[in-house]
Write a protein that binds this ligand. Structure first.
Ligand code: ZN
Ligand code: ZN
Ligand code: FE
Length: 764
């Protein structure tokens, strides 16, 4: 006879709002077990009673069959005396004041909801806000925890009887789906067009939007984490108008297409990339453009890739319904903001701020509580490479190798994200953006306050960059003073490498070789670093080798105008500059005279060891790009033109101070000799990859280290990344590259947090 046993089970992870309790309920039915399940503010608690074998099967199935959106971090099982339950129940949530748990990111429409959306007999047929426990908005509608409808922006929509029945039925797909709604009780869309008196509603609004887009108009469309500005990507005039009005000149525009087949007509897609495109996160995936792609050249000028995403909300899906098979709609879907400001989230702001950009506005009345831009990824080697980690990914935590004190890390100046940590979790924020205006700074402050309350973190430690002029650093200093919190300022490239190690769960207690290459970061000597080979653990670093510093006359002016930097580097390297060099035509006589002077006496001419700037200089020398309108433009275009295959390498010798003079000479000569820029670019990339390998070999010889971490914005360049990784692996190194957080400054806060905590521990 089987004795009745009892087990108490606690589960940590993303287990709320993802259909976990109904799943547990149905498992209990399957194994004929009694007891209960409930949400706590720290996960899910279960008590089950029954025969031993059934209990074992139940526990095994909990992890093995968990619902798609659940992310289980830990399962604790304890035996306890049986209580004599006679049925299995879902009981009310218990909240304890300090407990916290991860929150789900927003999830794209699931297949079941898609089927209902397309089913004329379903009561949610063509309803733009259909969702269930397996899909829909999460992070962007949550105002506070625990995750429950009254604490979301769905609080304004009381459920109708039909929705309430589904919501309360443990066996329904919509059991406790907080955003559940239908046409009779939920949010609605409407279209604001010109000075038209009565806006079109519901399906009429959607259909009219498609007509406007096809007629070449720009429509602002309210999405999940903010507004998009949309237009027909084949309508050259429309794309041009959108760019002019938005004052966005070259920076590529993302596209949305109906499905993978439609995307294949524009770009090459391998199996891994297809998996990314169709993933629940639905990021923008950067894909290689087909030469014959039928698309306005203004979409992505100077690019060999297109940023593509598939529809991720029911509203998006509706925009692409009923389109012809041979001429499917291709939409530009770029973030709805004015040049560098944060993406717009409210109807009022859309009408006022995007008023002179959009011709019409597809609005709805479900509020966006957290602004969240689309995420951007690339397929790298054997994993995805995040470029921007935002909607669909944030705020899923990165699991850390060590317990962290409650810490706030404020990140960098450009592509800012911040990070809060506690226990073994690092909650890296959504993309905040470039901290160069008050609106972005406000978004940063609001975001921090929201994260601290969502995850119940009261920082005992603040980490910031060393750079005295970063707005985030100033915020950190001020706040640390006001609230009496310990502050640690972390060197930029140290933080990059630590971020890479942390996402791999590296304990950071032994030095590794860090290759930190980016555009710029404040060095310990006050110069601008960015071509660094360092020995790094979490606590400290030593700079072992770097590109020999060169001047940037006019600082930012030389960043905006690669031609200036190139001219200065030739001068500083004492390389003869022939008259016929194309970049001399870009710089006026006067400008050349001033640059000469600046280089000679070092006036207003900061020194830099940045590889990002080296890319700029090479792009200018080959005549590819003399001026940029967005960060990284020259480097991206230089990567884009690089010929595939083995074409040799320019010489870059590893040394404590790496001399780029021979490289500059070669590039100059080849360029003057008419060697194609794509070939020069290929040799340049190869030279850099070999430099990485040779420098790491030299460091291994001296220090016996065989782990290498590659980080910094330069490693968004997959041409370089792939070559460097394969050379390092061939040489027997263990190589860490980014898969969870971006190599650029968007991942920096994670590294700041783990370093600050390690230093704090060491000093304690
Ligand atoms: Zn669904
Ligand atoms: Zn309803
Ligand atoms: Fe950086």
């Amino acid at each position: 006879m089987n004795a009745i046993q009892s087990r108490q089970i606690h589960i940590d992870g993303v287990v709320q709002g993802v259909g976990f309790r109904p799943f547990v309920y149905s498992l209990a039915q399957r194994y004929a077990l009694c007891g209960w399940v409930r949400n706590t503010s720290a996960g899910v608690d279960i008590v089950v009673e029954g025969p031993n074998a059934a209990l074992d099967a139940f526990v095994a199935a909990l992890s093995a069959e968990a619902p798609p959106l659940a992310k289980i971090d830990a399962v604790q099982v304890n035996d306890m005396p049986a209580n004599g339950y006679t049925d299995f129940e879902i009981v009310h949530s218990a909240d304890s004041p300090d407990a916290f748990m991860p929150i789900s990111a927003d999830v794209s429409l699931c297949d079941d909801c898609l089927r209902e959306l397309r089913d004329p007999s379903d009561r949610r047929y063509r309803y733009p806000f259909i969702n269930c426990t397996n899909c829909g908005p999460r992070f962007t509608i949550i105002k506070a925890i625990p995750y429950d409808r009254p604490l979301t922006t769905m609080a304004d929509f009381p459920m109708c009887e039909d929705c309430a029945r589904e919501y309360h039925d443990p066996l329904d797909r919509r059991f406790h789906a907080q955003p559940v709604a239908c046409p009779s009780c939920g949010p609605q869309v409407w279209l604001v067009e010109g000075d038209q008196a009565a806006p079109l509603q519901a399906d009429q609004a959607v259909r009219r939007t498609v007509d406007l887009l096809k007629a070449g108009q720009v429509v602002a469309i309210k999405g999940l984490g903010g507004f998009h500005l949309a237009c027909d990507a084949r309508a050259t005039e429309a794309v041009r108008r959108l760019r002019q009005r938005k004052r966005r000149f070259d920076k590529p525009l993302a596209l949305m297409l109906r499905d993978v087949d439609a995307a294949r007509k524009l770009v090459l897609i391998n199996d891994d990339e297809e998996a990314l495109l169709t993933s629940r996160q639905r990021p923008i995936v950067l894909l290689n453009t087909r030469p014959e792609a039928d698309i306005a050249p203004e979409v992505a000028p100077g690019q060999t890739t297109l940023g593509i995403m598939l529809p991720y909300t029911p509203l998006h899906v509706l925009l692409f319904e009923d389109q012809g098979e041979d001429e499917p709609l291709i939409l530009v879907m770029t973030s709805g903001n004015r040049s560098e400001e944060p993406i717009v989230t409210t109807n009022e702001d859309a009408l006022s701020q995007l008023g002179d950009i959009a011709d019409a506005f597809l609005l709805h009345d479900r509020d966006i509580h957290v602004r969240c831009d689309d995420a951007v990824v690339r397929w790298a080697i054997d994993a995805e490479l995040p470029i921007r980690r935002s909607r669909g990914y944030a705020p899923y935590p990165v699991q850390l190798p060590l317990d962290q004190p409650p810490t706030l890390a404020v990140g960098a100046e450009l592509k800012n994200t911040f990070c809060v940590t506690r226990d073994r979790y690092a909650f890296l924020s959504h993309h905040i953006g470039d901290m160069e205006n008050l609106e972005t700074l406000q978004s940063f402050r609001d975001g921090i306050a929201h994260f601290e309350s969502l995850f119940r973190i009261k920082p005992r430690l603040i980490a910031a960059d060393l750079h005295p002029d970063y707005a985030a650093t100033r915020y950190a200093i001020e706040r640390a003073q006001q609230e009496g919190i310990a502050l640690r300022q972390i060197q930029h490239h140290h933080a990059h490498i630590a971020a890479c190690l942390a996402e791999h769960g590296h304990p950071g207690d032994r030095p590794v070789i860090g290759v930190a290459w980016d555009g710029t970061g404040y060095g310990k000597d006050g110069s601008m670093w960015g071509g660094e080979f360092m020995l790094v653990d979490y606590q400290s670093f030593t700079r072992k080798a770097h590109i020999k510093s060169l001047p940037l006359p006019g600082g930012d002016a030389a960043v905006r105008r690669p031609a200036r930097a190139a001219f200065a580097w030739l001068l500083a390297s004492e390389i003869d500059i022939p008259e016929r060099l194309s970049l001399l035509k870009i710089l006026s006589e006067e400008e050349q005279r001033i640059i000469r002077q600046q280089v000679q006496i070092g006036l207003n001419s900061p020194l830099t060891s940045s590889i990002g700037r080296l890319f700029d200089v090479i792009a200018a020398l080959v005549g590819l790009r003399h001026e940029i309108t967005y960060e990284g433009q020259a480097a991206i275009e230089l990567e884009g033109i690089a010929w595939a295959g083995d074409h040799g390498a320019y010489p870059l010798r590893s040394a404590a101070q790496i001399d780029v003079r021979p490289l500059l000479q070669w590039v100059l000569q080849d360029s003057l000799d008419g060697v194609p820029a794509g070939l020069i670019s290929a040799r340049f990339h190869r030279g850099l990859a070999l430099l990485i390998r040779d420098s790491c070999l030299a460091l291994r010889l001296s220090y016996g280290l065989d782990e290498v971490a590659l980080s910094g914005g330069v490693f968004q360049n997959v041409t370089l990344l792939r070559q460097a990784v394969s050379l390092l692996r061939e040489a027997g190194f263990t190589v860490y590259t980014h898969r969870l957080v971006p190599p650029n400054d968007g991942g920096l806060a994670l590294g700041q947090a783990v370093i600050a905590a390690a230093q704090e521990r060491a000093d304690a």
